[in-house]
Each structure stands twice: as C-alpha cells, then as structure tokens.
Write a protein that binds this ligand. Structure first.
Ligand code: CP
Ligand code: NVA
Length: 315
C-alpha cells in the first residue's frame, strides 16, 4: 500500500486532513444548512452513500441516512456481518467494486489502517464513521455545538475526563487545529496515544492551542468552558469492563463536585451512548448544563455539510 490520497476533497479519515479554515468553513455551512433544510434538498440529488458498520450505531447510521435523504440523495446500509467483508474478501476488491456503485463510502470499524486502505483503493470519498483511534464526525458536531453556544472556538477551554480513546484523540487533534485549550485527565494506563499527543502539540504550535495531559480530573476541569466524557469501556473493550471499572470508578466521573471546578456557565457534552452512574451522574447529564441532544442533532447537520463539501462541486 502506498501513500494515501489525503486531500480534503476526497476523504475524511481523521481531522488532521482538514485545516482550521476548512473546519470553520464546514461548520459555517452546517449552521447555514441547519437553519434552512429545504434550501438544500436537491444538492445531492442522485448521489448514493454506502455505509459499512462493523460496530453498533444509532446516531451515526441515522444521522448520515437522514442527512443524505434531506439532501436529495440516498443511503444504503451494509451490515458487514452479511457481506463478503466479514468472510475475508480483500479490501482492494471491496473498495474497487463499491466505487463502481456508489458516490461515497462511510465506514465504522475497528482498525484505522483498514479505513486508510479502503480510502487508498476507493476512487470515491471515504468517511471515517469511527475507528478505535478516531471519531472525526463527532468532533465536527461537537465543535458546531460549541460555536452555537459560544460563538467561537478559539481560546475556548475543553476538558475531557476519562478513557484516552478515539474521542480523546479526536478532541486533541480537533482542538489543536482550531486553537482551543484542551485538557485531558485519564488514569495511568489509559492515557491517549503518545503519537496523537505529539501530533496535537505540533498542530498547537501553529494555532496557539494549549494541550494538557494528566491524571487529575479537577485540574483538567479547572475553568473549563465545556466538559466532555465518554464510556469507560468503548466498543471492542467490553471484555476489559471490570478492570476498567476499577481504574476509573470514583475518580473519572463527571459529577456535581467535579463541575464546581469549571466555569459557572460550563456546558456538558457526551458523544453518547452514556452510562449514567459511571462516567457521568444523572444530575449532570440530565441537568441544565447538558448539551447532549443539541450535540447529537448536530451530527446530522455537520455531516450534511461534510457530504456537500465532498460530493457537490459548487461547494
Ligand atoms: N456518538 C455516536 O457515534 O453514536 P452511535 O454509536 O450511536 O453512532
Ligand atoms: N468511545 C466510544 C464512542 C462511541 C460513539 C466507542 O468507541 O465505543
């Protein structure tokens, strides 16, 4: 496999493919589309998005499918268990065959390398709908939500408390690109990957972002504008649930004591699905600072903007 074609107008594999200007322009379009859905109802007329799911999904599947329909296109969902992918058909063949049928491919799977390989061989855009390493579409929705609430991304402090997983990686890269202050608290042994942290620090130099990685949730949340968390055991880590519970419980939970360290008007966000009573208490996730449903809705608007940018030449 050679170098992947990493131009913005082909794929979205991870956020580092986008510049700050491209992220801002995409989010501006997302906010515009959200305000006038009918105005964009024919932009992707005749276009087809295929979606491959090797992991479960509610939001990603529905928001992409509804988004394509609202844009005048169509979406086809493949349950990978019932495809030849699950029986070991080479990615090169899947990529080439699918490129002959559809205009774009969204994939949710375990291996980030598999998604890169798919994008390398596919002649149509490939969108990462979550891998073990990245979840770029969620960050687009989350940053749209922050823009709606704060009117800016730069100099906003986001704190993430929990597993150094795909979400932590994506906040690090996204925040570093747009000039946020990103502070992460994860237990020893569950910290974000060093390679991602280094990439984020490099991006931060250009944007003026600050990156803090530690183990103390109170320090991370101090003066935060937004607090994020995620499940202690992601999809694929379920067999480690018990040992993870021991590493995270009592400390890595967003609760009424922890939020006292944030700004008084802090917002709480979670990509969902959430486990109430584990990474977040009910009073916080269902309380007045929670933005979770606005955030979930924005998955659709942000992804519509992404699809328009990838598939409609005039944008
Ligand atoms: N946040 C998110 O990606 O949700 P789903 O797993 O339901 O798609
Ligand atoms: N970190 C979670 C995110 C789910 C949207 C997972 O990968 O399961």
């Amino acid at each position: 496999m050679g170098e992947v074609n990493e131009t913005y107008h082909k794929d979205l594999l991870d956020l580092t493919e986008l510049s700050k200007e491209e992220i801002l322009s995409l989010l501006e379009l997302a906010i515009t589309i959200k305000k006038d859905i009918p105005a964009y109802s024919e932009v992707l007329k005749g276009k087809i998005l295929a979606m491959i799911f090797e992991k479960s999904s509610t939001r990603t599947r529905l928001s992409f499918e509804a988004g394509m329909l609202q844009l005048g296109g169509q979406a086809i969902v493949l349950d990978s268990k019932n495809t030849q992918i699950a029986r070991g058909e080479p990615v090169i063949d899947t990529a080439n065959v699918m490129s002959g049928y559809v205009d774009a491919i969204m994939i949710r799977t375990f291996s980030d390398d598999m998604v890169k390989e798919l994008a390398y061989y596919a002649s149509v855009p490939v969108i990462n709908g979550l891998t073990d390493k990245h979840h770029p579409c969620q960050i687009l929705a989350d940053f749209q939500t922050i823009l709606e609430v704060k009117g800016k991304l730069e100099d906003v402090k986001i704190a993430y408390v929990g597993d150094g997983n795909n979400m932590a990686h994506s906040y690090l890269l996204g925040g570093a690109l747009v000039g946020m202050n990103v502070s992460i608290a994860s237990p020893e042994g569950y910290q974000p990957e060093q390679e991602i942290v280094e990439k984020a620090r490099e991006l931060a130099k250009a944007s003026g972002a600050t990156i803090e990685i530690g183990t103390n949730p109170e320090a991370a949340v101090l003066n935060a504008d937004f607090i994020f968390t995620d499940v202690w055991a992601s999809m694929g880590n379920e067999n480690e649930a018990q040992e993870r519970e021991q590493a995270f419980e009592n400390i890595y939970q967003v609760n009424s004591e922890l939020v006292k360290f944030a700004k008084p008007d802090y917002g709480f966000m979670h990509c969902l699905p959430a486990h109430r009573g584990e990474e977040v208490t009910e009073d916080i996730i269902d309380g007045p600072h929670s933005l979770i449903y606005q955030e979930a809705e924005n998955r659709m608007h942000a992804q519509k903007a992404l699809l328009v940018k990838l598939l409609a030449k005039e944008y």
